[in-house]
Every structure is written in structure tokens, then in C-alpha cells.
Ligand binder design. Structure first.
Ligand code: G3H
Ligand code: ZN
Length: 288
């Protein structure tokens, strides 16, 4: 079984991206796994602090491990957007394959300090745990938006600076970096987000020399993904679009069968809807 690091670097060589999808429940986990399995591509399951509080840190670690072992399948687990050292430590101790230290709201120096502390802990864990950091603010919530999130700026001077990114990577020793390149968390109502700044993706990829992760993938166009992946993005995160698909499918199922009380019956359309969205994204990310 390849490690997550091998999988990401292999994606980099092939100029494709590994899909990262968030879950809040087991139905979404199955939907994502079934989609990846049907295409025979690796996949990363993400859980933010809120999502892992709901599912359970150890439970989600064991659930993903159980699928990996039962199906001998490259499915990995990431502690998405983690804001403190204690929570990074908790995820590493629970067996996660990677963690994201989200210091995007901190000063450059504070971000370096927190990230470095987490990198040191990961390296001392005795396992291969990847650490990703954030540089540049891209909002925090995976939801349907009426406007671009407060604090997110899309002008060139507010995007991640390639020179600062290089310095950040050298000071912290992170494995992967999530830049601000015109992306943001959540999706504008109507489903079409502004175009990404591909030139900036390219510059940050070149200056840092490590795999880049595109967050806030919901609402971005296929053309944006294609160009971003060709220029240095090796992981793409999707959350809002699968949340929406799950919610709408379960709502419809309950409207059509108001007397249904078996969760495995009224939640199944939710799982299938997640599977459909994920399969579509994975085809694209993997150039299939
Ligand atoms: O970490 C999670 C992602 O960046 C999801 O962003 O909800 O815009 O797809 P999204
Ligand atoms: Zn994100």
C-alpha cells in the first residue's frame, strides 16, 4: 500500500490531483469510497475540527482504516483546518495520515511558529504524517454564499506571495501548502465562483517546490481545475457541493416517503448523491 506522500508525489509526476472530500457521517464516507473504487483512484477523506467532533476523532480514524484494510484500498484521512497544536496532536495520535495547520488568520511569524511546532511533532511521531499549512486567507465555512466571505480579497496583492511562500516553506519544513489563489471556502449561490489566478498557482508552485493544495473547490469550473492541476495543484478539496447533494437527496427522499422511518432507507439517496458528485470530480482531477 502506497503512503499518502507517495500518492501525492505520484500525482505530481502524472500532473493529476488527488481528490479530498469532507465527511460528517458514514453515508458520505461510503459514497466517496464507492466513487473512488469505481474509478480505481486514490482518495482522501477530510474532517474539519467541527466534522471530527461530530463523527468522533477515533471513530473516523478507525472507520477509514477499516475500509483501507478490508478493501486493500488507498484511502487516506486528513485532519482538515486545524487551529491549535493540541488538536493537531490529537489527530496525529489517533492515526491520521495528514494534518492541516490553519494559521491563515495569524501573523506570518505566528503562523510559522505554530506550523513548525506541528511539523516537529509529526516528524517525531514515528509514522509518516504529512503536514500542510495555509498561507493567505480564504474564508472558513463550506456553505452556500450570497457573497464572497468577509476578509477574503481576490486582488493580486492579497493572494499568496510566492517569495513569502518560499520563505514559509523553508522555515517550517511543511510537506504541502494551501495558497490563496483566488479560491475561497463555500460556493456562491448559483454555483459559479470567480476564476482562479492560474499564474499565481504557477509562481507559488515554482517558488516552493512542494505540492500545492487547492481548497474551496466547490463552484470552480472544470477549466479552472484543469489549468490549476497542470500548474502545480496536486490535491483538490471539495465540501460544499457534496453537502448540498446529500442534503437535497435526503430532503427529497423524506418528502416522497414521509412515513419512512428506517435511516438506512431514507439516507441511502444521500449516499448515492454524494457518490455521483464525487465520481464526476474524480474523473476530472484524474484526467479520466
Ligand atoms: O477544506 C475544505 C475545502 O476547502 C472545501 O471547500 O466547501 O468550497 O468545496 P468547499
Ligand atoms: Zn479548506
Amino acid at each position: 500500500m502506497k503512503t499518502l506522500k507517495q500518492t501525492v508525489w505520484e500525482a505530481r509526476e502524472k500532473k493529476v490531483a488527488v481528490g479530498h472530500f469532507n465527511i460528517s457521517n458514514l453515508e458520505a464516507l461510503w459514497g466517496i469510497f464507492r466513487a473512488a473504487q469505481s474509478l480505481n483512484v486514490p482518495v482522501i477523506i477530510g474532517v474539519s475540527e467541527g466534522e471530527r467532533d461530530f463523527v468522533g476523532v477515533k471513530l473516523v480514524a478507525n472507520a477509514v482504516k477499516s475500509i483501507r484494510e478490508e478493501f486493500d484500498y488507498p484511502i487516506y484521512l486528513n485532519a482538515d483546518h486545524t487551529y491549535s497544536f493540541d488538536r493537531v496532536k490529537e489527530a496525529i495520535d489517533a492515526g491520521f495520515d495528514s494534518v492541516i495547520v490553519d494559521g491563515a488568520k495569524l501573523s506570518f511569524e505566528e503562523n510559522v511558529k505554530l506550523t513548525k511546532q506541528c511539523v516537529d511533532y509529526a516528524r517525531a511521531s514515528g509514522r509518516e504524517v504529512l503536514v500542510e499549512a495555509e498561507l493567505g486567507y480564504i474564508g472558513q465555512s463550506s456553505k452556500v454564499l450570497d457573497e464572497i466571505p468577509e476578509g477574503v480579497m481576490l486582488d493580486e496583492s492579497s493572494l499568496t506571495d510566492p517569495v513569502k511562500a518560499k520563505e514559509f516553506v523553508e522555515l517550517t519544513g511543511v510537506d504541502m501548502l494551501a495558497p490563496a489563489v483566488g479560491n475561497f471556502h463555500g460556493m456562491l449561490r448559483g454555483g459559479v465562483d470567480p476564476k482562479l489566478n492560474i499564474e499565481r498557482v504557477k509562481q507559488v508552485a515554482e517558488s516552493t517546490g512542494i505540492p500545492l493544495v487547492l481548497h474551496g473547490g466547490s463552484g470552480n469550473s472544470e477549466d479552472d481545475f484543469k489549468q490549476a492541476i497542470a500548474n502545480g495543484i496536486n490535491i483538490v478539496h471539495i465540501n460544499t457541493e457534496i453537502r448540498l447533494a446529500f442534503r437535497d437527496a435526503v430532503k427529497k427522499a423524506l418528502q416522497e416517503n414521509p412515513d419512512e422511518v428506517a435511516p438506512y432507507k431514507f439516507l441511502k439517496p444521500g449516499m448515492l448523491a454524494v457518490q455521483e458528485v464525487v465520481e464526476k470530480k474524480l474523473r476530472f482531477f484524474n484526467n479520466l
